[in-house]
Design a protein around this ligand. Structure first.
Ligand code: SAM
Ligand code: SF4
Ligand code: F3S
Length: 486
């Protein structure tokens, strides 16, 4: 298990899969101690902040020290089998703490709780509480049930819950970047994916509460928000899936309009979003991005495969040609925008020719970076029921190595083209590798490292790029930007 730095790794949801994030808030007034560990995507991390908010009101204080906890919660991910293996190992570790503290309560939250439900209590006896992603308001009751000697489970999925009214307890006090959840669930049913089963139906959050949260974050010193959803392009408020207005008395809002509302919070608040879906990403969003300097020119647009037949088996709802058309639209409307992606190799019956189409797509698009995975069959998904996980593990690994090598070259080439340019960076943290350096990201979502000087987190600086690796730009500060708001 690794503990990761909250500042620098708040890049994008997929970067967190399989990582554990241990949280501690500065808002510690209660007497009972809560320890929370989060796995999976940014949505899970954001949910842990909601959980901390609910339990802080219930008298808990958060701790980084598992030894002193009265309540351990583990917020879990089911996306690939190895994510679940890691959690089981962690739960076995926690069982040891019960020997020294018999009153210790252990709860499992998130996608694995939703997927495995009661079996975690009955068959495996690893935990006292099982709580699915839509049931966190019920946690105080579930804890009371356990304190009165029972095991407690609530895995009901909701069609309405968005936790819109809960101000999350920000778990990295003094941070400058934050996630803001704008919707929950997913209606897409990609054949490989467990998320629709663990997160339920898609629902959008009231835009006014989103804008209010962004104002509060800005006032608290945050300078970047990432709007989160499994498919942000299908965000809609007050319209049905067919586009009909539900209530004539209130305004309706689509994702492009929401983005504009958040961009207007302050020109000093950077706005990012994740994840875009190729089948739903329309030009309106790109034009809104072009209009506001503070909407960062980087789009995470997961393609999964470069072959149309594989995409059809994956039930993604687009072809290779459609994806390339979307890429063309981005490059035309936003010439400086970076495009990143997710790729799966070795999906059911993927042939060598089909795999070559993924390699050629990487050549054609030239992604700035990619999260790359071998296919992991998930129970109850369409792919598990309809297809065979036929590609041998060693072939999957070989294909993964091929795409990783190709992608690394493009990441490096793209970074090399930035040498000599000046980029605007939000100062986020002391560099992980050197106390003498700070790091942040430019608008294109590339990590930039530069000498520390007298800089502080939350300032914007102009950095002249002098060198690079495939993952990082290195340079020196040429100007500290004055805030627009002053
Ligand atoms: N909603 C986003 C989308 O549609 O692109 C991504 C959601 S998922 C949390 C993040 C990534 O995990 C996916 O884009 C996919 O590449 C990967 N993934 C999902 N299910 C997987 C599976 N069964 N095996 C391997 N990778 C998987
Ligand atoms: Fe999973 Fe597809 Fe939904 Fe993304 S869009 S969460 S890959 S079902
Ligand atoms: Fe996220 Fe993993 Fe669930 S990626 S939505 S925590 S299955």
């Amino acid at each position: 298990m690794s503990t990761i730095d909250l500042g620098q790794n708040k890049v994008i949801d997929e970067s967190r899969q399989g990582e554990a994030i241990i949280i501690e808030s500065g808002n510690n007034t209660g007497s009972k101690k809560l320890y929370v560990e989060s796995y999976g995507c940014a949505m899970n991390f954001s949910d842990s902040e909601v959980v901390a908010s609910i339990l802080t009101k219930d008298g808990y204080t958060t701790t980084r020290n598992v030894e002193e906890a009265d309540l351990i919660l583990i917020n879990t991910c089911s996306i690939r089998d190895n994510a679940e293996v890691r959690v089981r190992k962690r739960l076995t570790d926690f069982r040891k703490h019960k020997k020294t503290n018999p009153k210790l309560v252990v709860g499992i939250l998130g996608c694995m709780a939703e997927r495995l439900k009661k079996s975690l209590l009955e068959d495996e006896k690893l935990v006292d509480i099982v709580a699915g992603p839509d049931t966190y308001r019920d946690l105080p009751n579930l804890i009371s049930e356990v304190e009165s000697g029972q095991k407690a489970v609530n895995v009901l999925l909701s069609r309405e819950e968005t936790y819109a009214d809960i101000s999350p307890v920000r778990l990295d006090q003094g941070g400058v970047t934050s996630f803001v959840s704008i919707m929950r669930g997913c209606d897409n049913m990609c054949s490989f994916c467990v998320v629709p089963f663990t997160r339920g139906r898609e629902r959008s959050r009231d835009p006014q509460t989103i804008v209010r949260e962004c104002h509060e974050l800005f006032d608290a010193g945050y300078r970047e928000v990432t709007l989160l959803g499994q498919n942000v392009d299908s965000y809609r408020w007050n319209t049905t899936s067919k586009g009909e207005i539900k209530d004539e008395t209130i305004p309706s809002t689509n994702f492009a309009e929401l983005l504009e509302m958040v961009a207007k919070v302050s020109p000093d608040l950077r706005v990012r979003f994740s994840t875009s879906h190729p089948k739903d990403m329309h030009d309106e969003v790109l034009h809104t991005m072009a209009k506001y300097e503070n909407i960062c020119p980087s789009i995470h647009l997961p393609v999964q495969s470069g072959n149309t037949d594989v995409l059809t088996r994956m039930n993604r709802g687009y072809s290779r040609e459609w994806y390339l058309d979307r890429v063309k639209a981005i490059k035309t409307i936003l010439p400086d925008c970076t495009i990143s992606t997710d790729l799966i190799v070795g999906f059911c019956d993927e042939t060598e020719e089909e795999h070559k189409d993924t390699l050629s797509l990487i050549d054609e698009v030239q992604f700035s970076f990619a999260f790359m995975y071998t296919y992991s069959e998930r129970p109850k998904t369409l792919a598990e029921r309809k297809y065979t996980d036929s590609v041998p593990e060693e072939v999957k690994s070989k294909r993964l190595t091929e795409i990783i090598e190709k992608q690394r070259n493009y990441s490096h080439e793209i970074n090399k083209k930035q040498i000599g340019k000046t980029v605007k960076v939000l100062v986020e943290n002391v560099s992980k590798k050197s106390e003498e350096h700070m790091s942040g990201r430019d608008g294109r979502n590339t990590v930039v490292v530069f000498p520390k000087g007298n800089l502080t987190k939350g300032q914007y600086v102009l950095v002249k790029v002098e060198d690079c690796t495939s993952a990082t730009l290195l340079g020196s500060v040429v100007e500290i930007c004055k805030p627009y708001s002053n």
